[in-house]
Design a protein around this ligand. Structure first.
Ligand SMILES: Cc1cc2nc3c(=O)[nH]c(=O)nc-3n(C[C@H](O)[C@H](O)[C@H](O)COP(=O)(O)OP(=O)(O)OC[C@H]3O[C@@H](n4cnc5c(N)ncnc54)[C@H](O)[C@@H]3O)c2cc1C
Length: 458
């Protein structure tokens, strides 16, 4: 049995929905980050769970890798077909099945994007809170255990997925979890699949927890003279237990890029972007406490934006900060670093990173979900200058090792892909071997997104 046999069988199953065109292979061979284009053998566009199961069975029989694809926005080469094989693009599986407003849950197919889902939910008074900067798919977000600006209040994908349907590496269709709020029934297979990056199975359905749209929302931008005052404000706010819905940091370089891209006029200093959710009374109380903490640390310009269009503009600018930064140096690519430290070490970690970037001679604005201790430096490199990529990788290496030294993690939200693979034994020790044993037990042929997250069978 050979690769052409496998592709013939897949083509019989899917017809036009199996593509080997240069256009599709290239579109699914690129990453948002600096990784080189990597071509798969084919791209499949299944319409149903049963088709996904058949694809996996065919690939299993022929030993061909199977790689899930959502919106392709992951940043560590997660969805690149490093060993060839078939990319399974979930764009056609984008339906909302069941909305249980009374249980505040919804069941969806994996290809729906977070923005499309929230658009559909708008009239119900409910929303799905997890919001990575890109308009990712719910399946991709579950697979990378994504989080975003609201995680400080509502948690990550791990906290917001109740149940899954998964096509296992042998083609079995398995259901995990339940629609109940909690369960003590055996191993938590839902948690195992969340963050597995498609190495243990393909997610074909998800039941998500929803939140009620808050009665009142207030957002504000505040400027600081320096990074340490901004970060000290975050640490004190979190330690105080103030229920922030969002608390985001951008440094002066990010503010400059955002101004140029979004037409805002932020002062060229570090900023916090904050949001509160609750009743009018709760909001007023929280704003007063936060205003007090802010004043102690020299924060300025704490202006409320309660009008929905002002808040939308604010978070639109934050969610587009990555493209604003890329736009500030036309033609550049980015090495996007991602680390997370305990909140008590946040100031030290951000300042050490800023000093390190300044010494390197690279441009690297810093921004992040600092309420969780999570931040990024967007290291801009000229793709024609390999020495810049080397310097950026060295910087990133020092950043993640610093995070580990501080008791943190090498990735707060982006995940491992193959870009962070080398750090897994440093972070997990023997625990990484246990991950490989789980992979070997579930996917002995190593067909599910091989070469990512764990090392096995290579
Ligand atoms: C500008 C920008 C900002 C970002 N901000 C954030 C952020 O704030 N927080 C954050 O967490 N991330 C962020 N990211 C990274 C990215 O958006 C997330 O990792 C996101 O969860 C990826 O979703 P996707 O649909 O694009 O998945 P893809 O990139 O298509 O795939 C991601 C991984 O999931 C696997 N996969 C996809 N679908 C399935 C499925 N149905 N079953 C099994 N495996 C599957 C793929 O094989 C791959 O390993 C950002 C990226 C960009 C470009």
């Amino acid at each position: 049995m050979t690769k052409p046999d496998a592709l013939h069988e897949l083509s019989t199953l899917l017809g036009q929905r199996l593509s080997t065109s240069k256009f599709e292979l290239e579109a699914h061979g690129r990453s948002e980050s600096y990784f080189p284009t990597t071509l798969a053998d084919a791209v499949a566009f299944p319409d149903s769970t049963e088709e996904v199961s058949e694809i996996v069975k065919i690939c299993g029989r022929h030993g061909l890798p199977v790689i899930g694809w959502g919106a392709g926005t992951s940043l560590e080469g997660h969805a690149l077909a490093k060993q060839g094989g078939v990319i399974v693009d979930f764009r056609n599986m984008n339906q909302i099945y069941d909305l249980h407003a009374e249980d505040m849950s919804v069941t969806v197919q994996p290809g729906i994007t977070r923005e499309a889902l929230n658009e559909e939910l708008r009239a119900t008074g409910l929303f799905f809170p997890v919001d990575p900067g890109a308009n990712a798919t719910i399946g991709g977000m579950a697979s990378t255990r994504a989080s975003g600006t609201t995680t400080v209040r509502y948690g990550t994908m791990r906290d917001n997925v109740m149940a899954l349907e998964v096509v296992m590496p042998d083609g079995r269709i398995v259901r995990t979890g339940s629609h109940a709020k909690k369960s003590a029934a055996g191993f938590d297979l839902t948690a195992l699949m969340i963050g597995a990056e498609g190495t243990l199975g393909l997610i074909t359905e998800l039941t998500l927890k929803l939140q009620g749209q808050p009665e009142a929302v207030g957002a504000a931008v505040c400027a600081f003279d320096n990074i340490s005052d901004a970060v000290a404000t975050v640490i004190e706010t979190i330690q105080f237990g103030l229920p922030m819905a969002r608390i985001e940091f951008i440094d002066a370089a990010t503010a400059a890029a955002v101004n140029a891209y979004s037409g805002s006029d932020l002062p060229l200093t570090p900023h916090l972007l904050v949001e509160f959710h609750g009743s009018e009374a709760a909001l007023a109380e929280q704003a007063e406490v936060f205003g007090g903490i802010l004043a102690e640390h020299g924060g300025k310009g704490f202006d409320w934006a309660t009008a929905p269009e002002d808040r939308k503009a604010l978070w639109h600018a934050r969610h587009h900060a990555y493209w604003a930064i890329l736009n500030s140096r036309p033609g550049c690519r980015a090495v996007v670093t991602d680390l997370c430290v305990p909140i008590s070490r946040l100031a030290e970690a951000v300042e050490a990173t800023r000093a390190d970037i300044d010494q390197s001679g690279l441009q690297g604005p810093i921004l992040g979900h600092v309420g969780d201790g999570n931040f990024h430096a967007i290291l801009m490199i000229d793709p024609e200058k390999p020495e810049e990529l080397d310097r950026a990788k060295e910087l990133s290496d020092r950043m993640v090792k610093r995070a580990l030294f501080m008791g943190g993690t090498v990735t707060g939200e982006h995940g491992v892909g193959y870009g962070k693979l080398a750090y897994m034994p440093m972070e997990h020790g023997e625990g990484w071997d246990v991950m490989a044993q789980i992979k070997a037990a579930l996917d002995p042929l190593n067909i599910m997104n091989p070469g990512k997250v764990v090392r096995f069978g290579e």
